[in-house]
Design a protein around this ligand. Structure first.
Ligand code: ZN
Ligand code: ZN
Length: 184
């Protein structure tokens, strides 16, 4: 029933002390918090300790504290097509009800720990849901040449290879007359 006690000094632990418990009571906050570690998917994520800006509204309701907010954070990753760095940012909205009592909450619902609530899991879940599985450096990224691996954006326009496709080379070995034609 009891969740582990929150550390009031942890950056993502928010105190509802000023809010009180009277339903209808409301507080708005603007916060800049260091990004927690390991927020991301394979190829893109929020760099640890990067500034995350948050606008949040705390509202006391009958069962707990409703937190509604928007978070802005930088993103760093790798282009899925050309592997160049991707620098981007994320804006996510979130809403979560933190319950006063586990009796009112369903399994997995967040609880207040005394006057404290932990925004980190809320932020983490909201951001990770919006991250692209295949981030790209630009929508028209050309990717890499399948033959030599050069980044096509850096190559001469119309970059191609004269080399014969290995499947055709094999076929040529099987057809002697064709080989003669090539050698003449
Ligand atoms: Zn790219
Ligand atoms: Zn090439």
């Amino acid at each position: 029933m009891n969740q582990p006690s929150l550390d009031p000094r942890a950056p993502w632990v928010i105190s509802t002390h000023d809010l009180g418990r009277r339903p209808g009571s409301m507080r708005e906050m603007h916060l800049v918090l260091p990004a927690p570690a390991d927020i991301g998917v394979d190829m893109i994520g929020v760099p640890k300790d990067a500034d995350v800006e948050l606008d949040i509204r705390l509202e006391a309701v009958m069962e707990g504290v409703l937190v509604t907010g928007t978070a802005w954070s930088p993103l760093r990753g790798e282009c899925a097509r050309c592997l160049e760095p991707v620098i981007s940012h994320s804006e996510v909205n979130f809403q979560e009800l933190f319950f006063y009592s586990a009796e009112d909450a369903a399994e997995g619902d967040p609880l207040l720990d005394g006057e404290l609530l932990d925004l980190e899991p809320v932020f983490r879940d909201a951001v990770v849901l919006t991250l692209p599985l295949s981030p790209v450096c630009s929508d028209d990224c050309l990717g890499l040449c399948v033959d030599c691996g050069i980044r096509l954006a850096d190559a001469e326009p119309g970059h191609t290879h004269e080399a014969i496709d290995p499947r055709w080379a094999k076929l040529q070995d099987l057809v002697p007359e064709h080989n003669n034609d090539q050698e003449s």
